[in-house]
Write a protein that binds this ligand. Sequence first.
Ligand code: FES
Length: 119
Amino acid sequence: MPILTIEGHGPVTVTAGTRLVNAIEDAGVDILHRCGGHAKCTTCRVDFLDGEPDQMTQAESDKLESKGDLGQYRLSCQSLVLEDMHVQPLMRLTGSGMDDAGPRPEDDITPDPVWLDEV
Ligand code: FES
């Protein structure tokens, strides 16, 4: 099973195919996911220090491009943990002034992913 390392936290073992945003939250890190994992809010953004996926969903690409942020960070709600990864969550509930992190994203990527090769 893949090892997920979250900057500032110990590594955790994750069931292959787990949505990255949920794996981070389940590891005890209060990552934001304000739109519930629908590639709408970008609060689930992460930097990949290692193991960045080669594929990107069309929804992630469209959202990042619309904000002019393509290449700046990735959306953890649009990635699955399929291999070892090392990530830095960029927006957390702590210090955000928000009441909660957002609705729990579904287990599967939403919207239904259309995969683009090559990031
Ligand atoms: S873009 Fe909103 S949770 Fe990922």
